[in-house]
Design a protein around this ligand. Structure first.
Ligand code: GCW
Length: 712
């Protein structure tokens, strides 16, 4: 028995109230105190030691202080308990009930997983007689197990509950913040941020609200996220200095997030040796450059020994990269990987590389092809601590895109799939758009053909060596964290799908609702739940219906990307065109007559996408230019589909708004009001989309709506 201080924590531990409980500056999101009621009313024993075990104790103690339960940490006397959270290798306790529970959990583990290890983050939840037991190999597993108990509410104490084993499918579940340290003249404090300022930075300095960062870490850990990059991938002067002179600012964040099992990563500029180190070159083959990265990285690990690694956007949209020195992206990525390798760090190297100075007259260049053309030939050349981070689609986080063919083209490379939780192209957190179903489709997609390995398998990798799942964060210093209170669900869902990509998106949404709007604190909980499902479940498809049709993408207002502007990008340099003329619309990406992009897929999908006859309707205009009279698999013509979906989409939004109004008085009035305001804007904006799109295509095609509705 080691020298545990056996303390009755209920009496002796001082527990600060978490931010968000009484603090009107911030909404508690999916961790309101009420969500801890079932746990907090129990007698809980925590056994084990470590920083994250202390976090578990802290969480349990807060809950028990509020709801009348009790907490013990490794007591050396007999206590009667309802819940035991224990590390597997913790010493025996002189407590027969607890020891019986531990051996019951070990036996359950043999049953469900042949006694397998639980790993760095996994846990087993089992009933043992009158007790619930959470067993973990490592402190992080205990923390995830605790949040699982919270999620289950009273269900965690159901005597009939069978044992459950939980291990994350993906090792790294990461958020990228596109937060600027200094306010950018065009992009502001947070690039593509729709939730106010940054949690981390304000006007060139750290924001200094460490309590809020800690609260954020709590929320992320409860959703399953375990890594975060704290500055924008577009790295300006102030941001570059985080790597050297301002490393202390990063250290401070890392220290606050560590107790929640979240490792900090940093976006760096490829030109750092020049910008920060005063060298004349950043050439990966230059010995001085290599030495500079090695020394700089060593200093980072001296301050932050669990530092995650670097994130790099190179040779993309004006960011510097290896092309300047005639080197390729494997050379560039390996340079940083070499510096990180001694400490176990990784480089997330983004595959978002394309020509953003395209001439719209040039039909031979296809932005969708770019990532594959640049990266597929480099397969096998990256060091093992390089993770190639690939946007889920070949263009840019559109509402509907095919899955990027790069994800199936690089079997000898660690791949991370990048999603966008911030709703740059999906309503900017003014519109309800629950993205879970979109991400599930991506993760379940089988790029080698039905029944084969999936995108989730690619991110998992052979023997768990894949690059994981990454998403651009949607959070800021807003009262609700995410601007639109219902957009919290997207962040929660991202974390949960990164933990287990097989989860059903609607079931995850249900979990989020139970936590965020606890039934015990909600008048008419079933009505609230049903109404939220009616509003949110299909909201991504609703958004798709009133915006760009059939996978063609964009048609957004240039620059801010909000609201319709059908030809806004049609004659620009960005490579995102729809090619509508009087006869038809869409981009021919076939091998036979188009850009050849369809040929970047493995044979099954290359064939399906090649022909308009086999291409799925929702992607038809991504792959083909077809006449307005082309008949879809649905039986409708393209033009009639455009009219029908746009009328329907707006009606659906109007129904969402009416449904929301039925919740007035049943939920927190500040949440009610914020969502109500945003639904007004969604109705306005969706109407604008409908009218501009329908009018545009009516004028181009001259074909009237078969149902005679008003088109302007
Ligand atoms: O979607 C585009 C955005 C840019 C962003 C870029 C990227 C950070 O419009 O604002 O830059 O993608 O992913 O790097």
């Amino acid at each position: 028995m080691n020298a545990h201080e056996s303390t009755d924590l209920e009496e002796s531990m001082f527990v600060a109230e978490p931010l968000g409980v009484e603090d009107p500056r911030v909404h508690p999101a999916w961790l309101p105190p009420e969500a801890f009621r079932a746990l907090g009313a129990r007698r809980v024993l925590v056994h084990g030691d470590g920083l994250l075990v202390d976090t578990v104790l802290d969480e349990v103690t807060r809950a028990c202080t509020r709801y009348g339960g009790r907490v013990w940490h490794s007591p050396s006397w007999d206590v009667e308990v309802d819940l035991v959270l224990t590390l597997r290798d913790a010493d025996e306790l002189p407590n027969s009930a607890v020891e019986a529970a531990r051996s019951a959990a070990e036996a359950a583990l043999v049953d469900v997983a042949d006694g397998a290890t639980l790993g760095d983050e996994g846990f087993l939840l089992a009933r043992a007689g009158e007790l619930t037991v959470v067993l973990a190999d490592a402190p992080a597993g205990l923390l995830y197990g605790l949040f699982h108990v919270v999620r289950l509410c009273a269900g965690a104490f159901d005597p009939a509950r069978p044992p459950e084993l939980h291990r994350p499918a993906l090792r790294r579940r990461m958020l990228n913040h596109w937060d600027n340290v200094a306010v950018h003249p065009v992009m502001g404090q947070v690039e593509r941020g729709y939730a106010g300022g940054s949690i981390f930075w304000a006007g060139g300095r750290p924001r200094g609200d460490l309590a809020r960062i800690r609260e954020y870490g709590r929320l992320l850990a409860a959703s399953g996220i375990n890594a975060i990059s704290v500055n924008n991938v577009n790295v300006g002067r102030a941001e570059a200095m985080l790597l050297t002179d301002r490393l202390g600012d990063v250290t401070e964040i890392a220290d606050v997030l560590r107790p929640y099992g979240i490792r900090v990563h940093l976006s760096v500029t490829f030109a750092a040796p020049v910008v920060l180190g005063g060298l004349t070159s950043a050439d990966p083959f230059d010995e001085d450059v290599r030495a500079w990265w090695a020394a700089t990285t060593r200093r980072v690990y001296e301050r932050i020994d669990d530092f995650g690694g670097y994130l790099v956007k190179a040779d993309s949209e004006g960011q510097p990269g290896p092309f300047t020195y005639g080197r390729d992206h494997a050379d560039g990525a390996n340079l940083l990987a070499e510096a990180l390798a001694p400490y176990g760090g990784v480089v997330h190297w983004r595959a978002f590389v394309y020509n953003h100075h395209q001439d719209w007259r040039d039909r031979s260049t296809d932005r969708a092809r770019a990532a594959y053309d640049h990266f597929a030939p480099l397969d096998g050349r990256f060091r093992t601590n390089v993770v190639l981070q690939v946007k889920f689609g070949p263009v840019d986080f559109q509402t509907r895109e095919p899955v990027s063919p790069v994800l199936a083209a690089m079997p000898a490379t660690r791949i991370a799939v990048e999603l966008q939780v911030t709703q740059e192209y999906t309503g900017q957190q003014r519109h309800v758009c629950h993205l879970g179903p979109c991400w599930s489709e991506v993760l379940r997609f089988a790029p080698w053909g039905p029944g084969g390995r999936t995108i989730a398998d690619v991110a998992t990798g052979e023997a768990g060596t894949g690059g994981g799942l990454v998403a651009v964060a949607n959070t800021g210093d807003d009262l609700f964290w995410t601007g639109h209170p219902l957009a919290q669900a997207n962040l929660y869902t991202f974390g949960r799908l990164a933990w287990d990509p097989r989860l059903d998106a609607t079931a995850v949404l249900d979990e989020w609702m139970t936590l965020t709007f606890p039934p015990s604190a909600t008048a008419e909980p079933e009505l609230v739940r049903r109404t939220l499902h009616e509003i949110m479940d299909d909201s991504w498809r609703t958004y798709e219906r009133y915006t760009a049709p059939l996978g063609v993408g964009f048609m957004v207002h240039p620059g801010d990307h909000y609201g319709p502007d059908v030809d806004g990008y049609e004659y620009s340099r960005w490579g995102t065109y729809h090619f509508a003329d009087r006869d038809g619309v869409g981009v021919d990406r076939s091998r036979a007559s188009g850009t050849g992009f369809a040929g970047q897929y493995p044979p099954y999908w290359a064939d399906v996408y090649e022909s308009p006859q086999t291409c799925p309707d929702e992607l038809l205009l991504f792959f083909h230019h077809v006449p307005y009279t082309h008949v879809l698999h649905s039986g409708s013509t393209v033009i009639q589909h455009i009219y029908d979906t746009h009328f329907a989409g707006v009606e659906e939004v109007a129904v969402m708004r009416r449904r929301w109004q039925t919740l007035n008085g049943m939920i927190d009035p500040t949440v009610y009001e914020r969502v109500a305001e945003r639904l007004d804007e969604q109705v306005r904006c969706a109407t604008e989309w409908r009218d501009q799109i329908n009018t545009y295509f009516f004028r181009k095609s001259g074909i009237p709506d078969a149902r005679g509705r008003r088109i302007h």
